[in-house]
Design a protein around this ligand. Structure first.
Ligand code: NAD
Length: 335
């Protein structure tokens, strides 16, 4: 029995995480959810964005499934996602990007994973105005940060039976910072002689991913390039609503969809639960329950292929409740 922290979040969060909980139960995944909440709605009631019990629960269980959280607009609020990443040193941001049969997209045979360094690079947020007309932002790349993200990417490649890792950089211009990142990836690659390493300059990478995305299996990138490429990759397979994400450190892992709280459709039973559900599939694999992960993934694919219960964003007119039930019915049928 796994004990997992569940943070439903704001807007459509409770609907899509609620759908996921029901589907995992139908699949027979053995879990005890510890439900705690954070976000705008919690803030309105309590004046605190992330109550202590959320941190305590994550620290106790070491693993969390998180719905989208709306950071209140206004000065002084740091993004909760950035806070969690920093606090728990969640240095690998992993995005699995794969075609889902039945979902219209511009490309076929996309099956790639991006490992984005999540804690350094340009996103450390150290900026200053040197004078009135000159802004400077610092980019920090460390050996430790680069080695561990490279190791995560290669380990994943081995575990998942992949054969290639592409390292993304701009070391031709940023010789020290990206140069160090690239050196670290090369060093790690020596321990994985069966995995082929390619080195791709980030501008070329953008073009290659648009021209022929199926040439890539695992991509490892510093923070900024990884961020941009992750959204580009989501666009290859049908958009953000279909792509899961994970933030993983040495001790703690937080799985969350890439999309936001969608206030325009919140509470209307219109949200697409697939992205959060795919997060849960990734989470089950992470926990070693490959059978349940495969069962849920297969049920998703079959419902998509049938095309009868797609939510509005996927071109259908099913409600969240209807697509959830359709996936549960498929699971029961496959079992
Ligand atoms: P959004 O992703 O919430 O919505 C963008 C558009 O996509 C909307 O039209 C929405 O209806 C649609 N959409 C998103 N997810 C969908 C789903 N599952 N099913 C169907 N349609 C979906 O982005 P936004 O409007 O820029 O942000 C809204 C709020 O979410 C903001 O407060 C933002 O801070 C927050 N946000 C949180 C996260 C997170 O917690 N990981 C990520 C992004 C944005």
């Amino acid at each position: 029995m796994h004990k997992i922290t569940l943070i439903p979040g704001d807007g459509i969060g409770p609907e899509v995480t609620g759908s996921t909980v029901k589907i995992l139960e139908a699949a027979g995944f053995k879990v005890e959810w510890e439900v705690v909440n954070a976000g705008s709605e919690v803030f309105e009631k309590t004046g605190v964005l992330v109550p202590d019990e959320v941190f305590q629960s994550i620290e106790r269980n070491k693993i969390a499934l998180k719905g989208p959280i709306a950071t209140p607009i206004g000065k002084g609020f740091r993004s909760i996602n950035v806070q969690l990443r920093k606090k728990y040193d969640l240095y690998s941001n992993i995005r699995e990007v794969k075609n889902i049969p039945g979902v219209k997209s511009k490309y076929e045979n996309v099956d790639l994973v991006i490992f984005r360094e999540n804690t350094e690079g340009l996103y450390i947020g150290i900026e200053e105005m040197q004078d009135e007309d000159t802004a400077v932002a610092k980019k920090v790349v460390t050996r430790k940060g680069s080695m561990r993200i490279a190791k995560s990417a290669f380990e994943y490649a081995v575990q998942q039976g992949k054969t290639k890792v592409a390292a993304v950089h701009k070391a031709n211009i940023l010789k020290l910072a990206d140069g160090l990142f690239l050196d670290c990836v090369r060093e790690v690659a020596k321990d994985y002689p069966n995995i082929e390493l390619s080195e791709v300059i980030v501008d070329n990478m953008c073009m290659q991913m648009v021209m022929n995305p199926s040439q890539f299996e695992v991509i490892v990138a510093p923070n900024l390039y990884g961020d941009l490429l992750s959204d580009l990759a989501a666009g290859l397979v049908g958009g953000l609503g279909l792509v899961p994400g994970a933030n993983i450190g040495n001790d703690i892992a937080i799985f969350e969809a890439v999309h936001g709280s969608a206030p325009d459709i919140a509470g209307k039973d219109l949200a697409n639960p697939i992205a959060v559900l795919l997060c849960a599939v990734h989470m089950m694999k992470f926990l070693g329950d490959f059978d349940r992960a495969e069962l849920v993934f297969r049920a998703i694919i079959e419902v998509m292929e049938d095309g009868k219960h797609l939510t509005r964003d996927m071109g259908g007119n099913a409600t969240t409740t209807e697509i959830t039930q359709a996936i549960i019915d498929k699971i029961n049928h496959i079992k």
